[in-house]
Design a protein around this ligand. Structure first.
Ligand SMILES: Nc1ccn([C@H]2C[C@H](O)[C@@H](COP(=O)(O)OP(=O)(O)OP(=O)(O)O)O2)c(=O)n1
Ligand SMILES: [Mn+2]
Length: 534
């Protein structure tokens, strides 16, 4: 969980780092006929296609700016797999030896012929092969999930290789649907129907979660998949949990589970198994699997992700004591191990409020008028918090610059900050500290604290980002993509042009001094923090 947070900020950084690619866009942006296939990066399944025809396809596609891969590689960033018109999905999967989610478009070769014939990238929808979906459409609005339900292609992806880029790629697959509009015809983009989006809806459910007995078990599955770095599956389960939480009645049949958006056959099986027996065999198996349990425990060490956990396991370590005595640990992991139990314990929100008061008082004593706001789960009104995320700024637009070091120095001096994890991470104009604090007095636990100092003109976007939830943020970012915008903790930008995962035009900043402005620009109703707890 905590390691995912850090990977995510790295991913965010990456998002920002594409300005050098702007040039390429400018050369490309007048998308003439000559490069009408430039968004294609395809693999053509040879089965049933004559060699000569295969060669023609390859030459033609390349001639018009596309790429054709000679070998199939499940980790390559393909836009489509092309198959002979009579090849069906099961056959293709057999040939390519696939059996978990890839999320690639599989299209009949007659579509490619049509594009070449008309010298334009035709809509491929009518030529696409579909398979029942189970775990993929996380960020789509509900209506879209429903309508795509039996259509989206879901191929198998080998488990252990899934990583963060898979996680983001759900966005991109969907984006490819709009590739024509996005690359060729930027000015004619329709505003998506926003009302169905997760970020447009309140997380406050009018009814309590009646399927809690099911979602609790699925949550355990998520934790396991997260510890083995199987984010693809973790995300699929997370999405099912969201859907089930909102479902107004107790699941009473397999069909009922299966009819819910984003729940495919395999998830419906699991849900029905829990509904009927109160148990999930797969989870039991996981629970009796020593390796999985150890990996879960090791990934709970702050500073250790699934990879480190795996390495430790392979080195023969099985307990936290083993790590303490024998493993080669970096500074963060040493802190993570020393405070292992404290970090796993979520603090009551009252304690987070006390921490806020300490930080606010010290901040105010350094610079009057300073704003210090706890974001994260606390601001969303949760009863317990995993850590405290303090966002700091100053309305004069400049005083924030001097605050970071002074504030941390004072907080250390008083003994409130006990350990540093990341002393200063700079992202653009923002500075982030990650560390550990403890309130004065007996029997106090150590708590994780992040302090983020941001310039006032980035405050609106920073508030949105650090308030979360992470799921809510993903939905916002995805909605942005649909409107050719981008959103991160720094800014909301418009006129962004993307090609696959790449941003080939960074876009321009739309000023959003407040959170409300962010919602307004995206044309969704403003949601107060407690309604963003998705
Ligand atoms: N992968 C991530 C991680 C974090 N965030 C944003 C949204 C989160 O709400 C906020 C703070 O991150 P935390 O990990 O502290 O999450 P929460 O505060 O929501 O939960 P917790 O109570 O577990 O700290 O940062 C995000 O958008 N994407
Ligand atoms: Mn938090």
């Amino acid at each position: 969980m905590m390691s995912s947070k850090r990977s995510s900020s790295a991913a965010q950084l990456k998002e920002d780092g594409h300005s050098s690619k702007r040039q390429r866009l400018e050369n490309n942006s007048a998308c003439s006929e000559a490069s009408f296939l430039s968004t294609l990066d395809i693999y053509i399944l040879p089965a049933g296609i004559q060699k000569a025809r295969l060669a023609v396809f390859k030459t033609q596609v390349e001639k018009y700016g596309g790429k054709v891969q000679d070998r199939f590689c499940s980790t390559a960033n393909l836009s489509h797999i092309i198959v002979e018109d009579n090849v069906d999905m099961p056959r293709m999967k057999r040939i390519l030896k696939l059996d978990s989610s890839l999320g690639l478009k599989v299209v009949k070769s007659s579509w490619l012929s049509l594009c070449l014939q008309n010298k334009k990238l035709e809509n491929c929808e009518d030529y696409q092969l579909y398979e029942e979906t189970s775990d993929s459409n996380d960020f789509l609005p509900k209506a879209e999930i429903a309508s795509n339900h039996n259509k989206s292609v879901e191929l198998s992806r080998p488990t252990v290789t899934s990583n963060l880029s898979d996680y983001e790629s759900s966005d991109d697959n969907d984006e490819q649907k709009n590739e024509k509009t996005a690359i060729f015809n930027v000015s004619h983009i329709k505003s998506p129907q926003t009302e169905k989006w997760i970020c447009a809806q309140s997380s406050k459910s009018p009814k309590p979660n009646i399927n809690k007995h099911i979602t609790d078990k699925l949550e355990e599955m998520v934790k396991t998949y997260e510890s083995t770095n199987d984010r693809w599956r973790a995300l699929g389960y997370q999405k099912a949990i969201q859907t089930l939480r909102k479902h107004p009645k107790e699941i009473s049949s397999w069909e009922e589970a299966k009819s819910l958006p984003g729940i495919g056959t395999r998830l419906a099986d699991k849900i029905w198994e829990i509904a009927q027996s109160g148990e999930l065999r797969k989870l039991k198996e996981f629970e009796s699997d020593e390796e999985l349990q150890v990996l879960k425990m090791f990934t709970n060490v702050w500073g250790a992700g699934p990879h480190t956990a795996q390495v430790w396991y392979q080195q023969g370590f099985r307990t936290i004591a083993d790590l303490q005595q024998k493993a080669h640990l970096n500074h963060q992991q040493k802190v993570g191990i020393r405070l292992y139990d404290d970090f796993l314990d979520r603090m009551p929100r009252e304690e987070a409020a006390e921490i806020e008061r300490v930080v606010k008082n010290v901040a105010e004593s350094i610079q009057p008028g300073i704003i210090a706001e706890i974001c994260g789960s606390y601001r969303r009104g949760q009863a317990t918090c995993g850590d405290v995320d303090v966002l700091i700024t100053h309305p004069d637009g400049k005083s924030h610059k001097n605050i970071f070091h002074k504030l941390l120095a004072k907080l250390k001096e008083s003994g409130f900050l006990t350990d540093d994890l990341v002393s200063a991470e700079e992202t653009g104009n923002q500075k982030k500290y990650m560390g550990v604090c403890r309130l004065p007095g007996p029997n106090r636990k150590h708590r994780r604290i992040d302090v983020i100092v941001v310039p006032y003109n980035e405050y609106g976007c920073a508030l949105v980002y650090f308030t979360g939830s992470a799921h809510f943020n993903r939905s916002l970012r995805h909605l942005c993509k649909k409107q050719n915008m981008s959103l991160n903790e720094h800014a909301l930008k418009q006129g962004v042009v993307r090609k696959g995962k790449e941003k080939i035009h960074e876009g321009t900043i739309i000023p959003t001094p407040t959170e409300e402005d962010v919602f307004k620009v995206l044309k969704i109703p403003y949601r107060p923090p407690e309604e963003r707890d998705h």
